[in-house]
Design a protein around this ligand. Structure first.
Ligand code: FE2
Length: 385
């Protein structure tokens, strides 16, 4: 596929796009992608829909056992019905983890940090199908691979939802603008823009999704983790007040005591750096190594060239610690490395999960030690088959 980022962004540089559109307003680009037909076929996607290794979902806007029925995969072939009355949509997630073409698209979108990236999903739908009008908390680039899909959007939606459905559908969606997407066309939607896709012709569309972080969600996630990990043996207790002047009064001292606790124990750079690194690299896919391998066996495997792979769902990011060191976070675990060690490890972790990691130069012993931890935490693994 020959796509370049400026073509995808309608002739704009990523800098201009970030400044003018990202998280701000929709962008429609005619012919943003060349040659999307080769990315996947309906048959590919229906095969993936039957494979438990892929995270898949289906929505029936008509023809389900109830209105707007939604189910998680895997599915059976006979669920992909071919008749006029069943209007269904099949969604396949995280294609970039398994296929080179999609990994290249992800790599092309490198103007947004990887910690904001979510996944590339494919949506296969029969004529007339829809997943309804809804709002996502995502920045999404939707592009058409096959067929035609009409997108109706509203930038200032009424956020009332229909109750009692499997999926969250807006009850009062009003059309603000409409775009008809044909093969190669792209629609970027910031978080919070209501959208309704209606399949005009048997369609495959792709969504490149980036997580949007909002502060209330971050606070919720932070305090949930804080409460489960906080060391209560520190025994920080709310101070007993002095003898009260009036027993019904609570004083400035009490309020300041709470503020000081937040400042000293929570709102520190150290606590937030640590928590955020773990938070953005945690995956829903729990990985653990089957058994702890001794360092000697791991060194032996490296020397004899046993293929080394990274966990397919791996998420990793790093934070600079001073001039010479970094803190690497991988699947929620953390590792301290020098800058040069990190460079070596980054190349390994950035290898797609479907390729063996290439080790071309002798590894420094400190990197080997990190590999031992990464293997024993399930981030890397050897494949002897
Ligand atoms: Fe959506």
């Amino acid at each position: 596929m020959e796509n370049n980022v400026e073509q995808v962004l309608g002739g704009m540089t990523p800098e201009i796009f970030l400044k003018e559109y990202w998280q701000k307003k929709p962008l429609f680009v005619k012919g943003a992608f060349s040659n999307t037909m080769g990315l996947a076929t309906p048959e590919n996607l229906m095969d993936m829909g039957q494979d438990e290794n892929f995270f898949t979902r289906m929505v029936w806007s008509e023809g389900g056992t109830k209105p707007w029925e939604a189910k998680a995969g895997p599915f059976t072939d006979d669920q992909f019905t071919r008749n006029e009355k069943d209007k269904w949509t099949l969604i396949v997630h995280s294609l970039e983890l398994y296929f080179k073409e999609f990994r290249e698209i992800r790599d092309m979108m490198k103007f947004v940090p990887t910690w904001q990236f979510d996944d590339i999903m494919a949506t296969y739908s029969v004529k007339g199908a829809s997943v309804g009008a809804h709002i996502d908390n995502y920045n999404v680039f939707i592009f058409q691979g096959k067929g035609k899909r009409l997108w109706q959007i509203n930038e200032n939606p009424d956020e009332a939802y229909v109750e009692g459905l499997d999926i969250k559908l807006l009850s009062n969606f009003e059309i603000g603008a409409e775009y008809e997407l044909e093969e190669g066309d792209l629609l970027y939607l910031p978080p919070g823009v209501a959208h309704h896709g209606i399949t005009l012709e048997e369609s495959i569309s792709y969504s490149i999704g980036f997580r949007s972080f909002d502060y209330p969600d971050l606070a919720g996630a932070f305090f949930t983790d804080f409460l489960t990990t906080y060391d209560s043996s520190k025994c920080l207790k709310f101070k007993s007040p002095d003898l009260p002047k009036n027993i019904h009064e609570y004083t400035d001292e009490s309020v300041e005591d709470i503020i000081n606790f937040f400042k000293n124990e929570i709102l520190t750079k150290e606590v937030m750096t640590d928590w955020f690194g773990r938070y953005i690299t945690s995956t829903n896919h729990e990985v653990s190594s089957d058994e702890e391998l001794p360092a000697s066996e791991i060194y032996q495997n490296l020397e004899s060239g046993v293929p080394l792979f990274r966990d397919v769902h791996l998420r990793f990011n790093f934070h600079r610690e001073g001039d010479a060191n970094v803190r690497l976070f991988a699947n929620g675990h953390d590792y301290k490395l020098s800058n040069s060690e990190y460079d070596v490890v980054e190349k390994m972790l950035n290898t797609p999960g479907y390729e063996a990691i290439k080790i071309t130069a002798p590894l420094p012993s400190s990197v080997k030690e990190t590999i031992v931890s990464l293997v024993n935490q399930g981030v890397l693994f050897f494949d002897r088959d």
